[in-house]
Write a protein that binds this ligand. Structure first.
Ligand code: SF4
Length: 302
């Protein structure tokens, strides 16, 4: 191409860009004016709308299902996770959700649920379940915890993580249950969190397993990690408690009490912390964190 032709082409391009810019800036100016005049002419309606929105927001704080944001493909993710649970059933360890199933006395069953969750932090499910089986063999009740020497209790729950500290927590908790709750466990998140060694995750799971009350999502390391991987969070979260609030902002409330045990099982059998099994995961083509080669192929074909 000659230099003259090249210059001509460039000047046509410049001219086009200039026209487009002029048209766009006029368009945006017009839109801005229209918006201002709409607000000025309709100020009372605007105030009314703000009032209504404020009113609605107040309601949605209690019922977060009204909010609009939801992650793409979450229903498929969820169905696939449930399908993979059936497929991987033989790999699942016995979990804390089965603790107390054989106990007929309701108060004692609830106590065992609470204690199993206290033991489960920083501990593998198999170890927690074995420790709970030993406590059951000893006929563990509030009275038993008050009577037993702390070293003896430590020996029974050993080798769960932080067993010395947990033995102390169990004894202190049982003293509170005797003094304030007539040997039963409390039935609110606040009062459960006030017990020694009990945090929000344990409190929400206790409300679900012990009291059959769906109060919120129990977020542990598995739920925290997998929510990030699947793109289930509307904003970045650093702590399990932040993740709980973010998930509860869009997950339908009737699913809250199903999230923890299904996602935990998925995390224990498929979506591991290190080297998740993406190549056999049913979510591999719709998961933003997938490392499967199939995903790359799938995206290229699209
Ligand atoms: S594709 Fe991989 S990272 Fe994504 S959910 Fe499945 S196992 Fe986890």
């Amino acid at each position: 191409m000659s230099k003259t032709n090249k210059r001509k082409k460039e000047s046509v391009k410049d001219e086009k860009e200039h026209i487009v810019q002029a048209v766009m800036s006029k368009y945006f100016e017009k839109k801005k004016e229209e918006k201002i005049s709409a607000i000025e002419n309709d100020d009372s309606d605007h105030k009314e709308t703000t009032h209504v929105v404020k009113k609605r927001r107040k309601v949605t704080n209690d019922d977060r299902n009204d909010r609009k944001w939801e992650p793409p493909h979450w229903k498929e993710h969820w169905e696939n996770i449930l399908a993979m649970r059936i497929r991987n059933k033989h790999l699942e360890p016995r979990g804390c959700d089965t603790i107390g199933d054989t106990i007929t006395d309701d108060k004692i069953r609830r106590l065992h649920v609470l204690v199993s969750l206290m033991l489960s932090s920083q501990t593998k499910d198999t170890m927690t379940v074995a420790a709970m089986d030993r406590l059951l063999e000893h006929g563990f009740t509030v009275q038993y915890a008050l009577d037993i020497d702390i070293d003896e209790l430590g020996k029974i729950i050993y080798p769960v993580g932080f067993w010395r500290r947990k033995a102390q927590y169990i004894k202190d908790t049982c003293q509170i249950l005797r003094n304030k709750y007539n040997d039963d466990i409390p039935n609110t998140i606040e009062s459960l969190c006030a017990l020694p060694g009990v945090g929000p995750k344990m409190a929400y799971l206790t409300m679900d397993f012990a009291w059959k009350s769906n109060q919120g999502i129990g977020v542990d390391v598995h739920v925290h990690r997998i929510s990030h991987r699947l793109g289930w969070l509307p904003y970045d979260t650093k702590t399990p408690e932040q993740t709980r609030l973010a998930l509860e902002s869009w997950i339908p409330r009737d699913l809250w009490n199903q999230i923890n045990h299904n996602i935990v099982r998925f995390g224990q059998t498929q979506c591991f912390t290190v080297k998740p099994r993406c190549s056999t995961c049913l979510n591999r083509n719709i998961c933003p964190a997938s490392t499967s080669k199939d995903t790359v192929k799938h995206l290229k074909q699209k």
